[in-house]
Structure formats: C-alpha cells, structure tokens
Design a protein around this ligand. Structure first.
Ligand SMILES: [Zn+2]
Ligand SMILES: [Zn+2]
Length: 152
C-alpha cells in the first residue's frame, strides 16, 4: 500500500497521522527514534521535500511560503561546508537551511485534514496549511508577548 517495504510492526498509524498530517517538519521537529524514523522513510510514510526551492528570479520557502529575496540570507553551513541560503522569515520556528529537507507525512491523513480540504491540489495545500500554521504560531507568540507585557 505504501511502497514495497513491509510496514514496521506496532506502527501506530492513527497516532502518527494525527501528529504529522498536513505538516512539513525538520527532522529535529519529529520526536521519533532514528531507526524508527528510518523505517517510516523506507515505507514512504515520510517524504523528504526540499525546504528552499529555486524559482526563476527568486526562491520559495516551502515552510512559510516566503518568496521575498530580502528575506533569504546566505549562511556558511557547517554541515555541508558551503555557503547557501536560509529563510529569515520563519527563523523563529528553527532555521531552515537550503540543504536540509523537510519531511511531509505521506500516510493516512488525520480526519480533520480530510474534512478541511476536499480535493485541492496537495502541493498548494501544504504551503497554504503551513502558512496557516505559521500564523497560528505567530498569534500564540504575539499573545505571549502581550502576557509578558502585562506581567511586567
Ligand atoms: Zn521560511
Ligand atoms: Zn548546508
């Protein structure tokens, strides 16, 4: 069903789909053991996605939908020993490096995702969902700022 690899045993698909449906996550944002995660990758339940895509005259951040070249900045990367871009717009969610993939959940979708989004093209969907998620995070953070202000 999800490729030729046998699925790992005691795989809690419903729990995983609830956690990861509709999200694009960095590896460090996925709280799973390496060997377990590797099994999910091999079973194609997680699909690696390029985090920053080159467009004709600009770039696109797949996590926050940023396309402004002023919001991309070069950084010397110690992982791949090159200087390449990262996205400044969604930096508060953890830095997105051009060389680091995001992982998209490819297993069964959580019921709430199915309700929310009938028959839209999935690529667009993911970006749109991600934008919504980013805004939600921002809203939460803004509120925290407000609370802090009140506390002071
Ligand atoms: Zn971004
Ligand atoms: Zn790199």
């Amino acid at each position: 069903m999800y490729g030729n690899q046998p699925l790992p045993e005691n795989l809690q698909l419903d729990k995983l789909s609830f956690l990861f449906s509709g999200k694009l996550l960095l590896r460090k944002e996925i709280p799973l053991q390496d060997d377990y995660f590797q099994q999910l990758l091999e079973a194609k339940l997680f699909i690696p996605v390029k985090s920053i895509i080159k467009k004709n005259f600009s770039h696109l951040c797949m996590r926050c939908g940023n396309q402004k070249s002023s919001l991309f900045a070069p950084i010397p990367c110690y992982q791949c020993k090159k200087t390449h871009l990262y996205c400044r717009k969604c930096i508060e969610m953890g830095r997105i490096l051009e060389c680091e993939p995001l992982f998209e959940w490819n297993g069964p979708k959580a019921p709430w995702i199915q309700h929310e989004t009938p028959s839209t093209w999935e690529g667009e969907l993911t970006v749109a969902q991600q934008k919504a998620a980013t805004r939600m995070v921002q809203a939460i953070m803004n509120q925290e700022d407000e609370l802090l202000t009140w506390a002071v």
